[in-house]
Design a protein around this ligand. Structure first.
Ligand code: KIV
Length: 275
């Protein structure tokens, strides 16, 4: 395994304040998703800064075609499993669709359930001005909030497609305005998904809190990818921004095929593999 290349490798627990320090010291923030104990433990041991229990669990864990169906109880289950595997990384949990939009009281009780039952460090929610009342209310309870702008998958039925967002001036202006509103409200960071690199770089310069990009170019203060995509477990999803570090799908299938052959031919178990 490669040695740490981080000035923050000795930090025993990453907090939202550490992320702010990373931005100030120009160190890029590395964030990945995880949904279960074993993977979260591996990511944490490898030195990842932030683990996002993303509602992408709805796709990669549950096999849904969007992030909309996953429930609060399911997100809490994933988050609780992740937290058990993590010592150092900051753990952020996505608030699922329908638990914060339009009702700040419900948003507060959803976020309190996430924090209380899972032991996570923070929550993330999609949207700008439209969710500001919920953001304010959650922050007033002392719960750290990360925003999410640009392509917001919970609004896929409004967008109609997963194409790059904010390419037009009015949408870009709204995104910049929303980023400022979220910062002013007290969010500790913002995810910018699938927007032009130039726009993400501009927002990262203008805004003091860390900006984490996914498909938003190198100008963001950090990067996030969905773990199953970057490990090559998922195959069908192949956007330009995705770098695959492994082809685990082939490796897993190869191992399973070898196992099937060994069982069928009675090669497994051998004399040393029995009592
Ligand atoms: O749910 C998720 O995995 C996310 C990332 C893509 C940022 O929100």
């Amino acid at each position: 395994m490669e040695p740490h290349i981080s000035k923050f490798a000795n930090v025993t627990k990453v907090t939202t304040h550490v992320l702010q320090e990373m931005k100030l010291k120009n160190e890029k923030i590395a964030m990945l998703t995880a949904y279960d104990f074993s993977m979260a433990r591996l990511l944490d041991m490898a030195g990842i800064d932030v683990i996002l229990v993303g509602d992408s669990a709805s796709n990669v864990m549950a096999g849904h075609t969007s992030t909309l169906p996953i429930t609060l109880n399911e997100m809490i289950y994933h988050a609780t499993s992740v937290v058990r595997g993590v010592k150092r990384a900051l753990v952020i949990v996505d608030m699922p669709f329908g638990t914060y939009q339009g009702n700040s009281k419900e948003a507060l009780s959803s976020s309190i359930r996430i924090m209380k039952e899972s032991g996570a460090d923070a929550v993330k929610m999609e949207g700008g001005r439209e969710v500001l009342e919920s953001v304010d209310r959650i922050l007033s309870a002392g719960i750290p909030v990360m925003g999410h702008l640009g392509l917001t998958p919970q609004s896929i039925h409004k967008f109609g497609t997963y194409v790059v967002r904010a390419t037009e001036e009015n949408e870009a202006n709204k995104l910049v305005e929303d980023a400022h509103l979220l910062e002013k409200a007290g969010c500790f960071g913002i995810v910018l998904e699938k927007i032009p690199a130039k726009l993400a770089a501009q927002v990262s310069k203008e805004i003091r809190i860390p900006i984490i990009g996914i498909g938003a170019g190198p100008g963001a203060d950090g990067q996030v990818l969905v773990l199953h995509d970057m490990l090559g477990i998922t195959q069908e999803f192949s956007p330009r921004f995705l770098r695959r570090y492994h082809n685990l799908s082939e490796e897993i299938q190869g191992s399973v095929m070898s196992y099937i052959k060994d069982v069928k031919t009675m090669d497994f178990p051998n004399e040393r593999e029995q009592y």
